[in-house]
Design a binder for this molecule. Structure first.
Ligand code: HEC
Length: 102
């Protein structure tokens, strides 16, 4: 997917109709830095895994559910979102996970 950051809009030339406010590239960087120690954060992550891969989460959770679980983690040891979720980074994180849905 070819994305270019043009302030203020994110333009993605992918033919994807999904309305995404977040920056997928940024979300992936956050995922690799903060989440990859536990989660498979790559596209095509395996489905049966604990914790679930982000690709699997994308399939069985809606965007709203993903957002809710990042804002209010169900697991205590998820890195506190306040440490990395500055600015629109929650949007970026949600957009990245949601983008993994096939
Ligand atoms: C220390 C290990 C660890 C780290 C780091 C971690 N997670 Fe998790 N995560 C888990 C575990 C374990 C679960 C499953 C918890 C459960 O189901 O009770 C989980 C579950 C989730 C879920 C919910 C999955 C569902 O079933 O809906 C989301 C969303 C999620 N993590 C996002 C993230 C994000 C985003 C990051 C990085 C910012 C992150 N996690 C970092 C261990 C981790």
């Amino acid at each position: 997917m070819l994305c270019a950051r043009l302030a203020p809009a994110l333009i993605c030339l992918s033919g994807m109709a999904a309305a995404q406010d977040g920056n997928v590239t940024m979300g992936r960087q956050i995922a690799e830095e903060y989440c990859a120690s536990c989660h498979m954060v790559e596209p095509d992550g395996p489905f049966k895994q604990e914790p679930p891969s982000f690709a699997a989460i994308a399939v069985y959770r809606s965007t709203d559910q993903i957002r809710a679980r990042i804002v209010q983690p169900i697991h205590a040891d998820m890195p506190r979102y306040s440490d990395y979720m500055i600015g629109g980074n929650i949007d970026d994180m949600v957009a990245y996970i949601a983008s993994l849905e096939k």
